[in-house]
Design a binder for this molecule. Structure first.
Ligand code: GRF
Length: 200
């Protein structure tokens, strides 16, 4: 049986990438075929190299338009024919062309309980608003910022006023939930059908 192939897009540290590597590196059914970064110094590229995963740095600044940059991304991605494109801290907005091409095969993780706190600085917003709970969301990507049908959420009570500690706690949740969702999608237990999440 052909493995279910993942392509992972990153821009930074890549701790989620690492969690995915750790979960699937000895899995015969799920394979991480490539990692793409738009940042040269993204530590995730080193993580990919250390795990012998093909990895690429594609500088968005080398391209005149978003479309040209994305065409390059797509040409590399298509050489691997991924079954799922996983955004793991990828800090570029993707155009409708890209999103539509991978609709139902494109997921993202966001550090908040969406629809609360789209965008950046979610941990700070949680503290500023004295929220009782904070959490993470994995969702299929559609053409809305941090929108799209929700695959799974996980939450914790906010028991600290320390921003770094809160961020750390949220990262721990991410590292559990993201590989779990990927596993479910790869095993056909979760999919996007007519714009809605379907679980079987
Ligand atoms: C995570 O908090 C993720 O939710 C957000 O970007 C961050 C990436 O962290 N989309 P890392 O690079 O995986 O450590």
């Amino acid at each position: 049986m052909n493995p279910f192939k993942l392509a992972i897009l990153i821009s930074g540290n890549g701790s989620n990438l690492q969690a995915i590597i750790d979960k699937f590196q000895n899995d015969k059914l799920i394979e991480i075929s490539c990692v793409l970064s738009n940042k040269k110094d993204a530590f995730g590229l080193t993580r990919a190299s250390n795990a012998n995963i093909d990895n690429y740095f594609i500088d968005h600044k080398d391209y005149q338009s978003r479309q040209d940059f994305e065409s390059k991304l797509i040409s590399i991605l298509e050489s691997y024919k991924p079954d799922l494109v996983v955004l793991a801290g990828f800090m570029r907005i993707l155009s409708e062309v890209f999103v539509n091409k991978y609709l139902g095969k494109l997921i993202n993780i966001h550090p908040s309980l969406l629809p609360k706190y789209k965008g950046l600085e979610t941990h700070k917003k949680v503290l500023d608003n004295n929220d009782k709970y904070h959490g993470v969301t994995v969702h299929f990507v559609d053409n809305t910022l941090d929108g799209g049908p929700i695959c799974a959420q996980s939450k914790i009570p906010v028991e600290t006023r320390d921003l770094e500690k809160l961020e750390e706690d949220i990262h721990k949740l991410e590292h559990i939930i993201y590989p779990e969702v990927i596993y479910e999608i790869a095993h056909g237990k979760l999919s996007l059908e007519e714009g809605k999440v379907r679980r079987t």
